[in-house]
Design a protein around this ligand. Structure first.
Ligand SMILES: Nc1ncnc2c1ncn2[C@@H]1O[C@H](COP(=O)(O)OP(=O)(O)OP(=O)(O)O)[C@@H](O)[C@H]1O
Length: 506
């Protein structure tokens, strides 16, 4: 472990130990100092813990959530933090994927950071906006180029006004010229602000000319140590840690990497396999998840209770004729429950929930370019995803209807027992299901109509959710709108289909 000795460090970290949830120690008792305006490159094998360290120092909750163990102390700006108890907030982090707020304009991304910063002076704002001469403040970030988005992300982090800047692989995916321009920009920022920057990078060549120091995360000794800031030296050190890596830090962090864990793990599979893979994924979420089953079961129970309770207690002839008209009332309530009430309520419940899921699922796939990736990889997205969704909407409508019908009938029976204690369940069954037990062609037709309206409303509502979900999405907010739209469209379609079929039915 090496501790750089600086006259006036901005940040002093002592005894940093990080243990990952699985029990792997990433660093042990590491210490380092960073001085004003310094640029430090943090290098190390893939998976060694570089991002974890800068996330931790930037105060990101997930760096310490879920079983991570961290110890060490940090001194920065006159504050002393015990990292085992306190969260560090000394770092402003530029995320690898920029993590811009895509529902805000470029200007708003900057303003919201400034508005939540401890203090931002005019000079800082000038510096931040000077990075964006070619970006209009009212430009949506989704229409900025990749380079512009990165500069918006850097400017936003500057305005957060934290003592140290952290960059997580800022030059991955940049060409040499852009990568050098980025390094120059970071140098300029550090000089003008007098703040240090720590850059996590795999491709260090273009960043090295601007770096003051290089720190290596040594996976063998689990320490952070200084390395000569030259490409040869860095390459040598990384190869020593991971002899199988052919290029700088592209190999995994394990001491003896091999392809063994992958052996036999990539068997080829037919299209049928992939269709069923997606089909089962949607089957679970749209049809068979315990939450869904519980949801429609409870829906059915409420219908079953309400129908019998109010059907008898608010009979048009009052309590006087309740017993006299008992049998015929039960017949009517049974017919309405099976052919109208349960299909309608269950249809609405299923479509509302599933349309939200479909719009969210497809919307996220659109936003994260998954359909483009599928097209590029010649994966038939329409067959796998859309086909699976529609088939599952049909399944869900029938299966869940059956669940809901059962719980509705059971609850009706229990409610009837409450109202007519001592009567036999047989009496209930004979009358409640009399129309269906007697059989006949009109009964079959009634049940066919139930099936028609159930499946039709589910498929048409599902199609609406698919169309809405597949529309272009620029932001998370667009997905939220799509979810709301698809619920409204789905429920309206269900009401409409049930009303129209009801007219034909009776
Ligand atoms: N949520 C998590 N739960 C368990 N282990 C995790 C979690 N997140 C990361 N890790 C593990 O912690 C280690 C360090 O991850 P980290 O992302 O910090 O590495 P890195 O050096 O930045 O890697 P790379 O250079 O490939 O981005 C890895 O071995 C990773 O598998």
């Amino acid at each position: 472990m090496t501790t750089a000795v600086l006259e006036k460090p901005i940040l002093s970290l002592r005894g940093l130990t990080i243990v990952a949830p699985g029990g792997t120690t990433l660093v042990e008792n590491a210490s380092f100092d960073i001085g004003a305006g310094e640029i430090v490159l943090l290098v190390g094998p893939s998976g060694s813990g570089k991002s974890t360290i800068i996330n931790l120092l930037s105060g990101l909750p997930d760096a310490k959530a879920g079983g991570w163990r961290v110890t060490g102390t940090l001194d920065c700006g006159g504050r002393h933090l015990d990292l085992s108890r306190e969260r560090s907030d000394v770092g402003g982090l530029v995320f690898q994927d920029n993590a811009l707020f895509d529902d805000l304009t470029a200007g708003e991304n900057l303003r919201i950071a400034a508005d939540h910063a401890p203090a931002t002076d005019g000079e800082l704002r000038t510096l931040a906006t000077s990075l964006l001469p070619d970006v209009a403040a009212d430009k949506p970030v989704s229409s900025c180029s990749g380079g512009q988005q990165q500069r918006v992300a850097i400017a936003r982090t500057l305005l957060a006004n934290r003592p140290i800047l952290f960059f997580d692989e800022p030059n991955s995916g940049l060409d040499i010229r852009s990568s050098r321009a980025l390094a120059g920009m970071v140098r300029d920022i550090c000089k003008r602000m007098g703040k240090p920057a720590v850059i996590v990078a795999h491709h260090v060549e273009d960043l090295l000319p601007e770096a003051d120091r290089v720190l290596l995360l040594d996976t063998r000794n689990r320490c952070l140590r200084a390395v000569e800031p030259s490409l040869d030296a860095i390459e040598r050190e990384l190869l020593a840690l991971d002899p199988s890596a052919s290029r700088v830090s592209d190999g995994p962090a394990t001491a003896e990497p091999s392809a063994a864990p992958w052996e036999g793990r990539l068997p080829s599979a037919s299209r049928g396999h992939w269709f069923s893979r997606y089909f089962l994924e949607y089957f679970w979420v749209l049809c068979a998840s315990p939450l869904m089953l519980m949801y429609v079961a409870i829906g059915g129970m409420i219908v079953g209770f309400v129908e019998i309770w109010f059907g008898f207690n608010y009979h048009s002839f009052g309590g006087y004729l309740k017993s006299l008209l008992h049998d015929e009332t039960l017949v009517g309530l049974g017919l309405i429950q099976v052919t109208v009430a349960v299909p309608l309520i269950t249809g609405i419940l299923v479509v509302a929930r599933n349309n939200a899921i479909i719009a969210a699922d497809l919307g996220n796939r659109v936003l994260s370019s998954q359909f483009r990736a599928m097209a590029n990889l010649r994966i038939p997205a329409m067959a796998y995803l859309i086909g699976s969704v529609l088939l599952n909407m049909v399944f869900a409508s029938v299966v869940l209807m059956a669940v809901s019908m059962s719980t509705a009938a059971w609850t009706s029976l229990q409610t009837w027992h409450l109202l007519f204690p001592g009567q036999s369940s047989e009496l209930f069954r004979e009358n409640f299901f009399r129309v269906f037990l007697n059989g006949g062609p009109h009964v079959t037709m009634d049940l066919v109509w139930v099936l028609v309206k159930t499946v039709t409303s589910s498929v048409v509502a599902g199609l609406a959710a698919i169309v809405i979900g597949l529309r272009k999405k620029d932001s998370v907010v667009a997905i939220n709108y799509a979810i709301a739209e698809s619920i409204i469209a789905g429920v309206s379609i269900t009401l409409f289909v049930h009303a129209i079929v009801g007219i034909f039915q009776f």
